[in-house]
Ligand binder design. Structure first.
Ligand code: C5P
Length: 223
């Protein structure tokens, strides 16, 4: 079974996906982490993210993800970058490079390969991102599109950053989220949008437990 969870930044995708996966005994592939890892590799080579110069880095860099004791780990040329990809700079860079067709083509192939392999191995897999239900796995058995008010999403993202020791003013987090939403919705390839057959869930006033429960129930209905 493939479970696809899409939506804008801060709607609760990763927490919900992780907890639903845990409950089902499935691994969880955070596809945003893969865009973030490539963004980090490119930023390190060239902070201006010039697409021409990026081509070399993209051809050279090795990206690997591993499901390790209930946690996704991300490696760039063997270096564990699981924590390093969680900064506002990397978020913005990931959103920029995710509009590049060559980046999307590479990660699309990887995500399909990993998703199928994990499904075979564990009986199911949860993926979250922007285009899982529309492009990566349009045939997914369960598709959820999470949404929430931008202010609430900004508060959640700010809390997450604070837990990692990064204090960012709320207005700045909100501005970055809105900019990323616009970029992700307006790009030509695989823009952020709800699949026609996805179930939309507004998480603005739901607790994490409630979000997890709703998605879990959807999965049970399809099992
Ligand atoms: O989900 P997360 O916020 O970590 O994703 C970072 C960025 O990666 C997003 O803003 C989006 O531009 C891009 N992304 C994407 N398609 C996905 C997952 C993430 O374009 N499936």
């Amino acid at each position: 079974m493939i479970i696809a969870i899409d939506g804008p930044a801060g709607a609760g995708k990763s927490t919900t996906a992780r907890r639903v996966a845990e409950r089902l005994g499935y691994p969880y592939l955070d596809t945003g982490a893969m865009y973030r890892a490539l963004a980090l590799a490119l930023l390190r080579q060239d902070p201006t993210l010039d697409p021409e110069r990026a081509r070399d880095t993209l051809a050279r860099v090795q990206l690997r993800v591993a499901w390790d004791n209930g946690r996704l780990r991300v490696f760039l040329d063997g270096e564990d970058v699981t924590e390093a990809i969680r900064t506002p700079e990397v978020s913005q860079a990931a959103s920029r490079i995710s509009a590049w067709p060559e980046v999307r083509a590479r990660l699309l192939a990887e995500q399909r390969r990993i998703g199928r392999a994990w499904e075979r191995r564990y009986g199911g897999v949860v993926l979250d991102g922007r285009d899982i239900g529309t492009v990566v796995f349009p045939e997914a058995e369960v598709k959820v599109f999470l949404v929430a008010d931008p202010e609430e999403r900004a508060r959640r993202r700010q809390r997450e950053l604070a837990e990692r020791g990064q204090e960012v003013p709320l207005e700045q987090v909100l501005a970055e989220i809105l900019q990323r939403d616009a970029q992700d919705q307006q790009r030509a390839v695989a823009p952020l949008r709800k699949a026609d057959d996805a179930v939309e869930l507004d998480t603005t006033s739901l607790s994490i437990d409630e979000q997890v429960q709703r998605v879990y129930e959807l999965v049970r209905e399809r099992q």
